[in-house]
Write a protein that binds this ligand. Structure first.
Ligand code: IPM
Ligand code: MN
Length: 370
């Protein structure tokens, strides 16, 4: 297989975590005889610094010409507390989603036995969590008209949905449910919002095309509560853009580490990114967890139908966790560096790992020395 990949490292820890994912993809290429071409491009605060805009045209063009995009994270605190900033790193990501027509954002959430003690909710509740959130990504309040009156005293963001926008992501969610536990939960606020009522009627209609899937409906406030009280009840969650943004962050902490969760955004192209942010406090320290990005690379391989390769990456992730080769967010005493975890993963994937590995030498950076 030959693939052209656009890599957008972004800001903060983005460059560190994407570097490790690229390392692992290179190991996959060498083991399976694939050819991946990597092309690094700018987006976010680093792009504003270099070019004045958060999404340079050159990045969009490269993304449009590539087979898939791997993204680290974007965002910089210098913009967060400045509501007056006209140019913001996040605009880059929103523009890219629109330019590539990435209408569905898919976020799987599951727990790992080795990490269950880190979950903020009781182990017995967290235990069997295994859900996937289908978030609509190019519509709703994120993309509606934004207004601020001249006096700066009244603001509004319009929330609009077209039926076709709901249908296309709903079909993806139903198809995913068919391959899983066949349960789909639509999350909305249909007791208040007109757009939510359109979501509900559209999904109710589509439902008849998937008779095997059991559908239920939850208001978003209740869903936020149910995610904490009983997360294992969920299989596929389908929801609109902003509810999906909020609920997926909430769901992500159930696993015990935000650093572990991957995502894909699908549409005219496919983009893969960890769900965590740019974590600026950790930038350059080699302490960020690269697994969310590495697992996003596995989702990319699944997208290319390279299922064996993707499964091998997941096996390597399980292996690093079972052996305690984890970053500081998971074990604050016996932790390994971002780059060491990436090296180990790459060696596991390339099948170059000695059977017996010496943990002390690994910590010193000598990965393969026994
Ligand atoms: C996400 C992020 C983005 C969003 C921001 C960075 C615009 O939070 O991917 O979830 O809100 O969609
Ligand atoms: Mn978010």
């Amino acid at each position: 297989m030959e693939k052209k990949l656009t890599v957008i490292p972004g800001d903060g820890i983005g460059p560190e975590v994407t570097r490790e994912a690229v390392k692992v993809l290179k190991a996959v290429a060498s083991r399976f005889g694939h050819r991946f071409e990597f092309d690094n491009k700018l987006m976010g605060a680093c792009a504003i610094d270099a070019t004045g805009v958060p999404l340079p045209g050159d990045t969009v063009n490269a993304a449009l010409e590539s087979d898939a995009i791997l993204l680290g994270a974007i965002g910089d605190p210098k913009y967060d507390n400045n509501p007056a900033a006209k140019v913001r790193p996040e605009q880059g990501l929103l523009q890219l989603r629109k330019a590539l027509g990435l209408y569905a954002n898919i976020r799987p959430v599951k727990t790992y036995a080795a990490l269950r003690h880190l979950s903020p909710i009781k182990e017995k509740h967290a235990e069997n969590t295994d859900m996937v959130i289908y978030r609509e990504l190019t519509g709703g309040i994120y993309f509606g008209e934004k207004k601020l009156n001249e006096e700066g005293t009244i603001a509004s963001d319009e929330c609009t949905y077209h039926r076709y926008e709901i249908e296309r992501v709903a079909h993806l969610a139903f198809e995913a449910a068919l391959l899983r536990r066949k349960k789909l939960t639509l999350v909305d606020k249909a007791n208040v919002l007109e757009t939510s009522r359109l979501w509900r009627s559209t999904v109710q209609e589509i439902q008849s095309q998937y008779p095997e899937v059991k559908v239920d409906y939850l208001f978003v406030d209740n869903a936020a509560m149910q995610l904490i009280l009983n997360p294992s009840q969920f299989d596929v969650i389908l929801t609109e853009n902003m509810f999906g943004d909020i609920l997926s962050d909430e769901a992500s902490v159930i696993s015990g580490s935000l650093g572990l969760l991957p995502s894909s955004s699908i549409g005219n192209k496919a983009l893969f990114e960890p769900i965590h942010g740019s974590y600026p406090q950790a930038a350059g320290k080699d302490i960020a967890n690269p697994l969310g990005t590495i697992l996003s690379a596995a989702m990319m391989l699944d997208h290319f139908k390279a299922h064996e390769e993707a499964a091998l990456i997941r096996e390597a992730v399980d292996w690093t966790m079972q052996n305690g080769f984890v970053t500081r967010d998971i074990d604050s005493i016996n932790f390994y560096f971002t780059s060491t975890v990436g090296d180990l993963m790459a060696e596991y994937v390339a099948n170059e790992l000695p059977v017996k590995i010496n943990k002390r030498n690994i910590r010193m950076g000598h990965v393969t020395i026994i």
